[in-house]
Design a protein around this ligand. Structure first.
Ligand code: XMP
Length: 319
């Protein structure tokens, strides 16, 4: 009988049989797939697993700390956190083209992951959160972090001395099955059912050049947006919601005078497959509250707009 518990048990058995007493390295991004692999492998092989978590500085509000709190502190998984914000920001300085930004972020991510994982000289296996849709779509499609490690590894890009075997326990599962498995493994449902987040992270939600100041403002605005959606019980009714930083200044007026500050766009969509999407018809009262909170609470933002573009013709992300 294929219950989730049975699938987990069977996977644990297969992983143990495959890796024996060898050490395994996993790139943990905080996303659902790699998180479920981490939880599964931790259960299967405990301290033989080491996760490498690259904090790009382009993650959401307190996301890096949350990943560490959950996996390292709460679950006792071995996690190496690499604080790479400065490297990402300097690699992105002066770059405005979205596809170039994606390439830089993806490339640097792989370099840093390789640097760290090659220090784990005992590792014999590379674990990845490849899921069934990744297997079928593979080349050509938009690539997330995990996929980047995948494709990189497939072209033989890992250092020669590493020669790692692949462990991909989710290879035959669809996303919804992975989520059910995550909950069964004890991951918090809010985490397992989080909206998708692109591999390049805030790098493609800050239009044009990426700067730390912009990323910090954007994180705050995005956090307010998500917090209010959850409070209003609308988070699970939208498929994806996020804030976008527009590097243009707009005039505003507050009690103490005029301000000339940045613009935040809010985007929320409803979709089944992310190929087409309709903009979420959020209540006006909520939009009103969001606009007030974001402008009042975030110094540097003077205006909030709501994106009412469908896909097609617009894409979900702004870059
Ligand atoms: P678009 O903007 O193309 O997005 O309508 C469709 C879905 O794909 C996500 N997306 C990405 N995911 N790396 C990713 O891992 C990327 O470069 C990327 N670009 C877009 C987007 O968030 C949405 O869910």
């Amino acid at each position: 009988l294929w219950t989730t518990a049975n699938i987990i048990d069977e996977n644990i058995r297969l992983v143990r049989e495959k890796v024996g007493s060898d050490e395994v390295v996993l790139g943990l991004s905080g996303g659902v797939d790699s998180s479920v692999v981490a939880a599964l492998l931790h259960k299967a092989i405990g301290t033989q697993l080491t996760c490498v978590f690259v904090d790009t500085g382009l993650l959401r509000y307190r996301e890096g700390d949350q990943v560490m709190a959950m996996f390292a502190e709460h679950m006792g998984v071995k996690v190496i956190r690499v604080d790479a914000e400065e490297r990402f920001l300097s690699a992105l300085a002066g770059v405005t083209d979205p596809e170039k930004k994606r390439k830089i972020i993806g490339g640097l991510f792989i370099d840093i992951f390789d640097e760290e994982s090659s220090k784990l000289t005992n590792a014999k296996w590379l674990a990845q959160g490849t899921i069934y849709p990744d297997v079928i779509e593979s080349a050509g499609a938009k690539t997330g972090k995990a996929h980047l490690i995948k494709s990189h590894h497939n072209v033989g890009g890992l250092p020669e001395n590493m020669k790692l075997g692949l462990v991909e326990p989710l290879r035959e599962l669809f996303k919804d099955e992975v989520r059910v498995m995550g909950v069964e493994l004890g991951l918090p449902p809010e985490m397992v059912y989080r909206h998708p987040f692109p591999g390049p992270g805030l790098g493609v939600r800050i239009l044009g050049e990426v700067k730390k100041e912009y990323a910090d403002l954007l994180r705050l605005a995005d956090h307010i947006f998500i917090e209010e959606l959850r409070k209003h019980d609308l988070y699970d009714k939208t498929s994806q919601a996020f804030a976008v930083f527009l590097p243009v200044k707009s005039v505003g007026v507050t009690g103490d005078g005029r301000r000339y500050d940045y613009v935040i766009a809010l985007r929320a969509v409803e979709t089944i497959d992310f190929m087409t999407a309709r903009w979420a018809h959020l209540p006006y009262e909520l939009l009103d509250l969001l606009s007030r909170r974001i402008i009042n609470e975030i110094r540097g933002v003077s205006r909030v707009v709501y994106d009412i573009s469908g896909k097609p013709p617009a894409t979900i992300e702004w870059e």
